[in-house]
Design a protein around this ligand. Structure first.
Ligand code: NDP
Ligand code: 8X3
Length: 252
């Protein structure tokens, strides 16, 4: 039997890279996609013939369309799509936020994820098999100061996942939205704080956050469940985190 194919976006670091390694260990072949070709090439070198590097900016609709339609025949039947590419930019309150950052987050986290899905989904439906794992976030469920558009993009991921499931009823194609909380060991906070390592490190000070391998192990679990089970939404947090009480501002 040929090894199933997983397409992972954002496979150059963090959750995506850890998930690629996990699925490779489970016998998948991986189409590893991201913008940084050097990182993808390093992964492909480590796993020759098991990894197909795919340099792609998920904000480029035309590039996505041609990349998916031009996949080599033996890589074209994507069994698992992990829509993981995404980012947060800044933590400023909405009234002080950078509008370009908002556009980048919406273009990447919402439109990019939708475009990849739009390109891959028809093949899954035609084969009547497949799994889409969308990486959302607790930020899509719980508001926090400075989360404004980032949280809203992840609320999109949550609802898009559920609506996909509604459309796919009657097919064997599955959709899951995985929503992690505080997670370290990736480039997420460095990107959010524009390369400020000290600020990024302070996010995790005194905590034991989730790590990319933790998220990868849950994706692996989702990808190896019996085919009649669909996990709709899965929220995960480190033990050191909890949904907080509603905030109240009191006059002093
Ligand atoms: P990383 O910054 O380590 O990984 C983000 C990945 O997305 C990179 O591989 C990056 O690759 C890729 N990416 C970013 N923009 C684009 C783009 N325009 N086109 C293609 N690829 C892109 O962070 P994480 O691993 O932590 O984040 C992965 C996902 O998990 C994100 O969607 C994030 O929102 C979500 N998440 C993160 C949490 C956390 O606390 N870390 C918690 C909950 C959810 P490259 O730069 O090479 O293109
Ligand atoms: C990342 C988790 O809490 O920084 O999605 O938004 S959080």
């Amino acid at each position: 039997m040929t090894q199933p194919v997983a397409l992972i976006t954002g496979a150059s670091s963090g959750f995506g890279l850890a998930t690629a390694k996990r699925l490779l260990m489970r016998g998948f072949r991986v189409i590893a996609s991201a913008r940084r070709q050097d990182k993808l090439a390093a992964l492909a070198e480590k796993y020759p013939s098991q990894v197909l590097p795919l340099a792609l900016d998920v904000r480029d609709r035309a590039a996505i369309r041609s990349a998916i339609t031009e996949l080599p025949t033996d890589w074209a039947d994507i069994e698992v799509l992990v829509n993981n590419a995404g980012l947060a930019l800044g933590l400023a309150p909405a009234q002080a936020a950078n509008l370009d950052d908002w556009h980048t987050m919406i273009d990447t986290n919402c439109l990019g994820l939708a475009a990849i899905t739009h390109a891959v989904l028809p093949g899954m439906v035609a084969r009547n098999r497949g799994l889409i794992v969308n990486i959302g976030s607790i930020a899509g469920d719980y508001a926090y100061p400075g989360g404004n558009v980032y949280g809203a993009t992840k609320a999109f991921v949550h609802q898009f996942s559920l609506n996909l499931k509604a459309d796919l009823l009657g097919t064997a194609v599955r959709v899951s939205c995985l929503e992690p909380g505080l997670a370290g060991g990736s480039e997420f906070s460095k990107v959010r704080f524009q390369g400020d390592d000290a600020k990024a490190a302070s996010v995790y000070q005194g905590t034991q956050p989730l790590m990319p391998e933790d998220i990868a192990s849950v994706v692996e679990w989702l990808a190896t469940l019996p085919p009649h089970i669909n996990i709709n939404v899965l929220e995960m947090m480190p033990v050191c985190q909890a949904p907080s009480a509603l905030a109240i501002h009191r006059k002093s």
